[in-house]
Design a protein around this ligand. Sequence first.
Ligand SMILES: Nc1nc2c(ncn2[C@@H]2O[C@H](COP(=O)(O)OP(=O)(O)O[C@H]3O[C@H](CO)[C@@H](O)[C@H](O)[C@@H]3O)[C@@H](O)[C@H]2O)c(=O)[nH]1
Ligand SMILES: [Mg+2]
Length: 194
Amino acid sequence: MTKRIKNINRTILSDKYFTLSQVKFNYQLKDGNWVENKWEVLERGNAAAALLYNTKKQTVILVKQFRLPAYMNGVEDGFLLEVPAGILEDDDSSAEEAMKREVLEETGYEVPKLKKVYSAFATPGSSTERFSCFVAEYSDGMKVHNGGGLETENEDIELVEMPFAKATELMANGKILDAKTIMLLQYAQINRLL
Ligand SMILES: Nc1nc2c(ncn2[C@@H]2O[C@H](COP(=O)(O)OP(=O)(O)O[C@H]3O[C@H](CO)[C@@H](O)[C@H](O)[C@@H]3O)[C@@H](O)[C@H]2O)c(=O)[nH]1
Ligand SMILES: [Mg+2]
């Protein structure tokens, strides 16, 4: 495969919680000519998300939390209903293990197995973030603590267990605004998980 990019030169613009870089590079247009280009990229790391569902109770587990970027872009109180999700640490060797840990932190459920259903770029024009989506059956017996996230990181997460029918209704009414949550609820609908 011949690559259409060369001479990559990366400068860090900000490196606090996330890294924002500016990358200068040469890019080959489809007509074969090379042009100089530059692009700002948010180097966000990778993430994972999981839909927990219970076929017997016909329920799913979502989490509700304040999302500042959503507040800044039109969500009146800034709270979003989402599937449990988290950013992977650099040393996470497996997204599944990391997601199990995140599910436990946020929901208090210790799920033995997660099934991977998608891997996707969240916003490929601006961020490097690639996320893995999982689904998992949960049962009441898997609950080992109250969840709610890590206090040490000021996470303030409310657990919301609801009928799947209610979650899909909220999605249809535009009340669920997180893309990976919509992807996973639709996955559950298409594949008749519930
Ligand atoms: N965003 C952000 N998070 C910060 C910052 N400083 C500390 N944090 C901490 O970073 C942790 C992020 O929590 P995770 O559960 O690992 O990630 P998440 O915020 O749930 O992210 C997932 O959902 C997002 C919203 O859909 C996604 O944007 C993200 O990629 C991921 O899938 C929290 O403990 C938060 O307090 C900051 O400046 N910015
Ligand atoms: Mg999270």
